[in-house]
Design a protein around this ligand. Sequence first.
Ligand code: PLP
Length: 284
Amino acid sequence: SIVFLNDSFMPMDQAKISPMDRGFLFGDGIYEVIPTYNGKMVGFAPHIARMQEGLGLIGINLGWTEAKWRDVVETLIEKNDGGNLGVYLHVSRGADVKRSHAYPENVTPTVYAFAFEIPPANVADKSVTKTYKVNSTEDLRWKRCHIKSTALLGNVMHYQQGFAEGCNETLLFNANNELTEASACNVYVIKDGVIATPPLDNQILPGITRLILLDLLAKESSLKVEERPVTMEEVENADEIWLTSSSKEVAPVIEFNGKAVGNGEIGDVWLIAQSIFSSGKYNY
Ligand code: PLP
């Protein structure tokens, strides 16, 4: 595949970075994933805005405009022949001559982007939709989960915990036994037709799929959505549980900690939400 590194496009096997790159040594960087279906991007502007915000929060001054990012992303999609692609963007602080914790002063950020195949867009049809089984554990990551840091070991370890037990995700709960998110997605519980999801704070990533879904539900449905703390008990007693992320879209969970969620099948509220999401997602 064709990738982008610093200021040019090249085959992936020709892309080389310094072993002193702080992205490699410290996980000192910010990343983003933008889904595209048949070449059409979902949420380009909010994805770039979140990345610019993250770069600002960790003091990386790259200085790229949204237009420059658009040019790189669109060219990358074109060079990889479109289809259904996730576009991965990565900015690290860059390579220094020494390994020192302090932010170096004269360093050029490293910019890397590649595209990878993602599943076709979800459709609002229970018979073809992928379902998820999840378990749970205490959220042992750091307290800056709103920053989309490339340092993902905490998330990787939580994901692996579920994966090793035959699950496709791990739901995370803070020390008060309140839901935060999953290792790579945001989480929703549905009870009696009401959708509840944890509020945006330092415990979760402000997902772009979450942003789009909540905005569309507010505009296009009469479903009630509550952004508030969600307890373990509510997760255990939910009629439906959903996950959202750029590559999963709105994904129904049918098993939580070895027990069926609701009746163990994809729920009716999911069907409404997915159909609204499918029809509106390209407008962001
Ligand atoms: N939460 C975490 C920890 C994530 O890594 C991700 C995405 O990768 C999400 C939530 C969902 O974010 P988005 O909808 O922007 O993909």
